[in-house]
Design a protein around this ligand. Structure first.
Ligand SMILES: Cc1ncc(COP(=O)(O)O)c(C=O)c1O
Length: 396
């Protein structure tokens, strides 16, 4: 048996075991899981993969199997520059970095910026995986207040002026876990605050393309190019298994991020990068995306309709225009963690208790994250109705 003493101190902060325990039951037969955070396999372009892979071999040959540069495969970065321009982000290929998923960006940026005790500002609630990426570097978290329109700019300013965070971490579009989107006026305001206070903002945007209704909102990066790291991902628009993310960071930061990444994985998979190059060249960001949207849009609607039919009047929930999640908020006294074993054991429906998405322990006790991408409409409607009934019985 290896002694516990071999483990670095930082492993003490790698916990999050409570959520792993909680999610174990998802695999039980008959369970309908609204807990997942993953795309539907039906969203993968299976019918095009063989053709894309063959084009990779024709067009990229051995380069697709060789070591590459840490900043990323040049042909992919050229395609990404064109794609980013469609979002309003002006970036030369040399300003773009490719990472192993957007998760790779989160660790990367944390590694080169966070000293023990530094303050990081996060939304309340925020993406759990970001907390997992940042926490080993021993930051202190300060939460920014949110409402139905995402983070409140006055709270961003207040947190920056009071705590001088190393960076502000935001998921502005179809946020994980709430599904909320920060509207245009707030984005502009946040961009001005970042500029005025000379603060770095990490804009994590893996869901932005999954819009089922409403209008495109430009990224914060487009309003404050020198203060924002914009991160995108192929996980939700192509496939998460190719592990590809990309980002545009201010120059000085980018240089350090590349040095740090070199020591971690030398570079991101060359084959995946060549595959993504062909995905973009074939116009699949435009052609394949509508299929994903058509798959998820009715699922979101089915979930919301079933919530309207079955959830108690004391509950509220978000009405996202895209993404993968709906966020439900119960009344005072409802404890979603306490209800969890009831929902899973007696009713075979799983979700994620929302408290895990808050940096401050013990907050968001009455909240739940519900995923709608993994089941068809009928299954979702049935599971949500069961859940609604179970909550009513639990609250009685
Ligand atoms: C907000 C957010 N950021 C980043 C990620 C990581 O995604 P990936 O590394 O697959 O790009 C996720 C995954 O669900 C996410 O929800």
């Amino acid at each position: 048996m290896i002694p516990d003493s071999i483990f670095a101190k930082r492993t003490e902060r790698m916990g999050a075991s409570a959520i792993r325990e909680i999610l174990k039951v998802i695999a039980r037969p008959g369970m309908v899981s609204l807990a997942g955070g993953i795309p539907s396999p039906q969203a993968f372009p299976m019918d095009r993969i063989a053709e894309l892979a063959s084009t990779v071999l024709d067009n990229h040959g051995t380069a697709a199997l060789q070591y590459g540069t840490t900043e990323g495969y040049r042909p992919l970065r050229e395609q990404l520059a064109l794609y980013l321009a469609t979002l309003g982000i002006a970036a030369e290929p040399d300003e773009i970095t490719v990472t192993s998923g957007s998760q790779g960006l989160l660790d990367n940026v944390a590694k080169v910026t966070i000293n023990k005790g530094d303050v990081i500002a996060v939304e309340a609630p925020t993406y759990l995986g970001a907390l997992q990426a940042f926490t080993p570097y021993e930051p202190t978290y300060v939460e920014m207040e949110t409402d139905d329109n995402g983070v409140i700019p006055a709270s961003v300013r207040e947190v920056i002026e009071t705590h001088r965070p190393k960076f502000v971490y935001l998921v502005p579009t179809f946020q994980n876990p709430t599904g909320r989107t920060i509207p245009l006026d707030r984005r502009k305001e946040i961009a001005s605050i970042a500029g005025e206070t000379n603060t770095l903002v990490i804009e994590d945007d893996p869901y932005g393309q999954l819009r089922y209704s409403g209008e495109f909102v430009p990224p914060i990066k487009s309003f404050a190019p020198d203060h924002v790291v914009y991160g995108g991902s192929f996980s939700k628009v192509f496939a998460p298994g190719i592990r590809l993310g990309f980002n545009v960071a201010p120059k000085a930061l980018r240089e350090w991020m590349i040095k740090a990444k070199q020591g971690v994985d030398l570079h991101t998979s060359s084959f995946s990068q060549a595959l993504a190059t062909e995905f973009l060249r074939a116009g699949m960001m435009e052609n394949h995306l509508p299929r994903i949207i058509e798959l998820y849009r009715p699922r979101l609607q089915a979930m919301i309709n079933a919530m309207v039919r079955s959830f108690p009047a004391s509950f509220t929930w978000t009405k996202p225009e895209g993404g993968m999640f709906v966020w439900a908020v119960g009344p005072d006294g409802f404890d979603a963690t306490e209800f969890y074993p009831v929902a899973t054991e007696q009713y075979s429906v799983a979700y994620v208790p929302g408290t895990y998405f808050f940096a401050k322990p013990g907050t968001g006790v009455a909240t739940m994250r519900l995923n709608f991408t993994m089941s068809d409409e009928e299954t979702l409607a049935g599971a949500v109705e069961t859940l609604g009934g179970a909550i009513r019985a639990f609250l009685e």
